[in-house]
Ligand binder design. Structure first.
Ligand SMILES: [Zn+2]
Length: 262
């Protein structure tokens, strides 16, 4: 069994074939799918999806790319949503910093990230981190916020070995590995080879970043085995072992027993 630990299946790219795409995933033994929230607008579609498909488990948080003029209002309402029924969510996510497209709200992104780390600590939930062009800024915040009870994942990790080691030094963090690892020019396989499999979980980030041979198309959860296959090659192991270990890692990190996942 596999778990896709990061997929935006509530996005409009799945409007016409959501049910089929979830069935295709189940056919490939991708039995559970974790859904990170984005902003206020994504909450209702995400929760509607989890109502219909109980094997989809939601997170709650404000994505750094959506920290704009109204960040304060968004953050307050998302906080309300989370604290109203924290048992509904498997993580605070996705949160973090994105300085790739726009640095206008860099300082606000920092405030929002810190605030959400505080929620995670209070509720004893892991965090799902989005980090784009922002390792230095994220490390600065985590260096001061990290504690023994803080856990989480660097979703779509594409950093170098030095950054990987920094993340490992926190003690409670994993690496979310997706389609990028299958790309021809990716240096990620070399970095991953030096990270123990016990720190790795699988994700698609659907609809984005599909693995080879689907580059340029829409990504979906049924492609998870392609990522596992590549990891089996990297670790010189079997796809069965990759499935078992990464699934156990995900169950442990996101406390998925609470949601009936075994
Ligand atoms: Zn995402």
């Amino acid at each position: 069994m596999f778990i896709d630990t990061h997929a935006h299946l509530y996005s409009e790219e799945f409007e016409t074939d959501l049910d089929e795409s979830i069935l295709r995933a189940q056919k490939e033994n991708v039995n559970y799918i974790l859904l990170p929230n984005i902003d206020l607008v994504s909450i209702n579609p995400m929760l509607a999806l989890t109502q219909k498909f109980p094997n989809c488990i939601p997170m709650m948080g404000l994505h750094p790319g959506y920290v704009k003029e109204d960040w304060d209002k968004q953050l307050n309402l998302i906080e309300k949503q989370l604290f109203e029924s924290p048992e509904k969510y498997c993580a605070v996510g996705e949160i973090g910093m994105d300085l790739y497209w726009d640095t206008t709200f860099c300082e606000e992104q920092k405030i929002v990230f810190r605030k959400q780390i505080g929620w995670a600590k209070e509720l004893k939930l892991p965090i799902a981190i989005h980090c784009r062009n922002a390792f230095d800024e994220i490390f600065e915040i985590l260096d001061s916020e990290n504690s023994t009870e803080l856990t989480g994942v660097f979703h779509c990790f594409t950093g170098n070995l030095e950054q990987a080691k920094h993340i490992l030094s926190y003690g409670g963090f994993m690496f979310g590995i997706g389609g990028v690892v299958t790309y021809k020019k990716s240096e990620l396989p070399e970095v991953i080879r030096q990270i123990d499999l016990k720190h790795i979980i699988l994700e698609t980030d659907a609809p984005y970043l599909p693995p080879v041979p689907y580059r340029g198309k829409r990504n979906e959860s049924s492609y998870i085995p392609l990522i596992a296959e590549k990891l089996a090659e990297i670790y010189g192991s079997s796809i069965v072992e990759i499935a078992e270990k990464t699934t156990q890692n995900a169950i442990h990190l996101f406390q998925l027993e609470k949601f009936g996942v075994k």
